[in-house]
Ligand binder design. Structure first.
Ligand code: PEP
Ligand code: MN
Length: 343
């Protein structure tokens, strides 16, 4: 259930409700946003009747959460979530852009591309220090050395760092260095990793698994939210289909479909969704047109020398073109639309 509090409710009144929930074995989560205070309590209506809670001091109304996604569903929140990553909002009507190489390869490679990213006005740099690779013989990332380089880049250019945690064992190290922790597509159902991310105070970017349904993706988000971390952003990165002209198939329709079900922001990664540089700009724009709150794009100054995902990396100049077109598309769809349209 969603317990809507009077915005003026006192901390003691909130505590009293949390204690009552706890006595029934339910962990309530308090959500505060300007002008709104609520407690979300998954499955509470099985143990407590709304009329037990509604008369309590400070309570305005109790609303059942009918969706199976007790923490991710749109009806479990009073407003859409906006996740801030080092001052950059994801969600809330702006278009967030994160760009950078697939992996940190060397100081020179990282600093060169980071300079371009910063000069293009983009505030978030993506790059993996720990790389989940299909083949164990492929470049696996620089690990902790890569994290040090990412910290240096943040210091030098003021960029927020989006980087992947691939396993629980190295999560602490990634968490210390990252501004946003990416959970990769193939780890979408690594439940121990999801729970660990849920115990982090850092924002989490949850990629959709290459064969995951929307429902499975949202349940994965529930694992993170259930541990108390509300800063979750979903990222569509293409799914496996029988199309073989591209690495994956960008599921454009999942963007509005997800946004209809959840209060979480949704980003699109057109790089892994296509695997082909020539498809990244059109698919990135399609994602924005479908309502994505941001794009995650692989860029490299020398894609032909990249140690991973070179064929899908945009050159800085192509990325600038995508960024500018994407802002235009985003502005166009922010214009007032008849009620009931996808936004
Ligand atoms: C990546 O972002 O470099 C990556 C490995 O992504 P995914 O998990 O979507 O394949
Ligand atoms: Mn990659």
């Amino acid at each position: 259930m969603l317990i809507l509090m009077e915005p003026s409710a006192s901390p003691d009144q909130v505590r009293e409700i949390l204690d009552l929930l706890e006595a029934s074995g339910i962990r309530g989560q308090v959500n505060e946003s300007p002008g709104s205070l609520s407690i979300v309590a998954p499955h509470a209506s099985q143990a407590l009747k709304p009329d037990r809670i509604e008369p309590m001091a400070g309570v305005r109304r109790v609303v059942p959460i009918t969706s199976p996604f007790k923490l991710a569903s749109a009806d479990s929140a009073t407003a859409r979530t906006v996740v801030e990553v080092r001052g950059v909002p994801i969600g809330g009507g702006t278009l967030a852009l994160a760009a950078g190489p697939c992996g940190v390869e060397s100081r020179d490679q990282l600093f060169t591309i980071a300079r371009y990213v910063a000069e293009s006005g983009v505030k978030l740099l993506r790059a993996g220090a720990f790389k989940p690779r299909t083949s164990p013989y492929s470049f696996q990332g620089l690990g902790e050395e890569g994290l040090r380089l990412l910290e240096e880049v943040r210091e030098e250019f003021g960029l927020g760092i989006v980087t992947e945690a691939t396993e629980v064992e190295t999560f602490d190290a990634v968490e210390r260095s990252a501004d946003m922790i990416q959970i990769g597509a193939r780890n979408m159902q690594n439940f121990a990793l999801l729970r660990r991310a849920g115990r982090s105070g850092k924002p989490v970017l949850l990629k959709r698994g290459p064969a995951a349904t929307l429902e499975e993706w949202l349940y994965a988000a529930e694992y993170i939210l259930g541990e108390g971390n509300r800063k979750v952003v979903l990222c569509e990165r293409g799914i496996r289909t029988w199309s073989d002209h591209a690495r994956n198939t960008l599921d454009v329709s999942v963007v509005p479909a997800a946004k209809a079900l959840t209060h979480l922001p949704v980003m699109v990664d057109p790089s892994h969704a296509t695997g082909r540089r020539d498809l990244v700009i059109p698919c990135g724009l399609a994602g924005v047109a479908a309502g994505a709150d941001g794009l995650l794009v692989e860029t490299h100054c020398h894609p032909e020398k990249a140690l991973s995902d070179g064929p899908q990396a945009l050159l800085p100049s192509d990325f600038m073109r995508l960024a500018s077109l994407a802002q235009g598309v985003h502005r166009a769809i922010q214009a007032p639309t008849p009620a009931g349209l996808w936004m």
